[in-house]
Design a protein around this ligand. Sequence first.
Ligand SMILES: *Cc1c(COP(=O)(O)O)cnc(C)c1O
Length: 459
Amino acid sequence: MTETYRETAADANFIAENNARHMWHPMVDPKKSAETPPTVICKSDGVYIFDLDGNKLLDCSASLWNVNVGHNRPEIKQAITDQLDQLAYYNTFGNASNPPSIALSALLTDMLADEGMTKVLFSSGGSDAVEGALKISRQHWKLVGKPEKTKFLSLKYAYHGVHFGGVSVSGGIPWRRSYEPLLPGCFQIDSPYLYRNPWTGDPDELGEICAANLAREIEHQGADTVAAFIAEPVQGAGGMIVPPANFWPLIREVCDRYDILLIADEVVTGFGRTGSMFGSRHWGVKPDIMCLAKGINSGYVPLGATAVNGRVAGAWEADSALAPLMHGYTYSGHPLACAAALANLQIVVDEDLPGNAGSTGEYFLGRLKELETYDSVGDVRGLGLMLAVEFVTDKKTKEAIAPFHPYLMEIQRICLEHGAFMRIQANKLILSPPLVFQKDHVDNVVDILHTALGQLKYG
Ligand SMILES: *Cc1c(COP(=O)(O)O)cnc(C)c1O
């Protein structure tokens, strides 16, 4: 029986017919998957992916903004198969360990030396990395004798993955509602969202207002009850919100003033996407804990990591019954994932992908601004290769087009027809291609968007 099913993976008709029949897809109503079956990707190379019919498509989202070095890189495939010949898998619980995970922990702390990171805890993805960060924060405060510091503060529109802890600090209503009640003691403050905020159109003023809001919330809760503030250096899934330049430096100051740990969720921004090696480095800020995943090995094998600075790690020097890290996964430090990461990060550094993300991203943003002449385009924004086009029903009122409205899905369909696969997130088009994207790819994408927007009208 199993043999038959293994063969069906190679049977195009079976795949096309059964795609949405038995598999639930994340982040969609299963009825919708059945009505419009998802695009099946069968093959990939560089910045291109290929669907079931063999159509070659530009991957404008680097899968989920994680295939940073591009698809089908021989260096990474070689590293994985070499490792496979030695040791496919062994765990890192207790006293067990394996060479690639040890090497990667040394590389990561070296890459994060400027931030003072001294330890990493491996996991299987971004949600895991966030979970580790939250639990480590609480354990840290217990070890230093401040067990009451347990609350977490975060931003509205934040996305910190889907585990109960992560979703409790996430600020998007759709991710929360079906799973409430969530973790108690989590509170969100307003996000520094320049396009939509009740206060000001001046970035510096907005940064000051939002940082002051954090300080007020900490005072309201009582600093002695707050463990950490967590945020993405650029908010991703919640809307591609680039904060004003003064925001992160100001929140670092606020966290220091009230003795609160600062957690940077760098799952998207880590390893070059914003044009800097790390998103918080772009703002000149050193967090206490950093959550890493996605770009860490460009998705070749699932991997996440939580990095901790010397100050936080210092708490574990205490002789305490609470010192054991009672957190970690069967796949923490998976040898194949770590070997893939070692090869991936070599490419990121050798090819200066942060540099390319910065320059190609700037060019991309400039060309996307052309789209602001269309009535439905309210805002175009981004940093590095993390860009978004936000759609509205009316430019003056800024009323958002309903999430996944047929108009947006039609834009996506036309782009697909012209050879570009793009992601729609609520009322936004997300552009987050592999960091090896070049100007001619950008021109191709923007030309296709002109075609789509030129022939479609909202309403
Ligand atoms: C994707 C993402 C996560 C969750 O990562 P998974 O690997 O999907 O669990 C967490 N935080 C941010 C900022 C993300 O973009």
